[in-house]
Write a protein that binds this ligand. Structure first.
Ligand SMILES: [Zn+2]
Length: 278
């Protein structure tokens, strides 16, 4: 679930620790996690890590000779920072990068899903970044929120990386709660004031989360999202109005919302609930 705030703060920490270090070894630990065949990762040893940054939910390592490495953690991917001396093959390992100084960077999966991946990019190649929409803080996204006529649900729109890059299931719940908008509303249905509220909520929720993430040290542990307001907090009181938070369940995720703050008291149909009751 790492989203923009987690990945941005991680990129800043790694830059602080490792910019200028030389790659010593790259250890692919999972057969299917490397998504590119060329350029080969064997080109990395000896080259310098120039900088680390973020685009969408991707971590980007810029390397000498115009090479770059992209890392996407998906839902269960995490990062451990380790002493270079550790050589044991870790459980759930995806890839480990060793440099001429500490720390080594281990990408791993903490769950059973195997979805975290990495890419090697040559000069001028944007790989999967080419398909990403604007950053949530870019003027293009503000323009979209103010004028867009998309008729799909806003919750899905915010999570669509081609529309806006960096927001996932967690922060989209918190953003819509802050904006006081139902997850089932569409952009087309919003009036001007609601659009401004949505844009402000996107910016303020992500900014506050980034500030919290910047206090983290080290890699990214299994348990993230301790600063969510409503996401994953179904059944607990809404921090704004005290009503019980409700959820809508999908196969792979759930949407949490407050009926009083977001849907005018209406309870949205939950397929899991209706299946259980029948
Ligand atoms: Zn509420």
């Amino acid at each position: 679930m790492p989203e923009l705030p987690e990945m941005q703060a991680l990129a800043e920490r790694l830059h602080e620790l490792l910019a200028g270090a030389r790659f010593e070894r790259v250890e692919p630990l999972s057969f299917s996690a490397l998504k590119t065949v060329s350029p080969a990762p064997e080109l990395l040893p000896g080259k310098r890590l120039l900088s680390t940054g973020r685009r969408g939910k991707f971590l980007r390592l810029d390397v000498g000779d115009d090479l770059a490495v992209l890392i996407h953690l998906s839902q269960g991917g995490r990062i451990d920072l380790q002493p270079r001396s550790v050589t044991s093959k870790p459980k759930g390992g995806v890839v480990r990068f060793r440099f001429d100084r500490d720390p080594a960077v281990l990408v791993k999966e903490f769950g059973t899903e195997r979805k975290a991946g990495w890419w090697m990019l040559g000069p001028g190649d944007d790989g999967p970044l080419a398909k990403l929409g604007p950053d949530p803080f870019a003027p293009e996204f503000a323009e979209l929120v103010r004028t867009g006529s998309d008729t799909g649900r806003i919750h899905a729109l915010l999570r669509d990386q081609r529309t806006v890059a960096g927001i996932g299931r967690g922060y989209s719940d918190d953003i819509l709660h802050r904006a006081g908008l139902s997850p089932y509303r569409s952009l087309a249905s919003l009036d001007e004031a609601e659009r401004e509220r949505l844009l402000h909520a996107v910016h303020s929720v992500l900014t506050e989360a980034l500030e919290a993430e910047r206090r983290r040290v080290g890699g990214l542990p299994p348990k993230l999202g301790d600063h969510f307001t409503v996401h994953g907090k179904y059944g607990t009181p809404c921090p704004v109005c005290g009503s019980d938070l409700r959820r809508v369940s999908y196969q792979s995720h759930e949407v949490t919302y407050c009926p009083r703050c977001q849907t005018g008291g209406k309870i949205l149909a939950d397929r899991r609930l209706s299946r259980l009751i029948r």
